[in-house]
Design a protein around this ligand. Structure first.
Ligand SMILES: [Zn+2]
Length: 81
């Protein structure tokens, strides 16, 4: 089974836990300190989210530019009364 190894933030005792427990609240077997287990996937999700936002913004820019140019075509000319 894949495990995660890290040190307790309070007493630096080395803790080994199953990988599926990442991000869960644990308490140190040595000193009893409660803390969040490290989650190596957390940063990956931030990158995916940032990338998705960048793509959404790009699509928004393209669509709004197209809307603007189609508005220019439909807009009445200066001698249109
Ligand atoms: Zn500890």
């Amino acid at each position: 089974m894949k495990t995660l190894k890290f040190n307790c933030p309070r007493c630096a005792h080395q803790i080994e836990m199953p990988f599926t427990m990442r991000g869960h609240v644990l308490n140190c077997p040595q000193c009893g300190q409660l803390f969040n287990a490290p989650n190596p996937y957390r940063f990956t999700w931030i990158y995916i989210l940032a990338f998705a936002l960048a793509v959404a913004f790009l699509i928004y820019c393209v669509v709004s530019q197209q809307m603007e140019s189609s508005n220019m075509i439909n807009r009445p000319g200066p001698d249109w009364k």
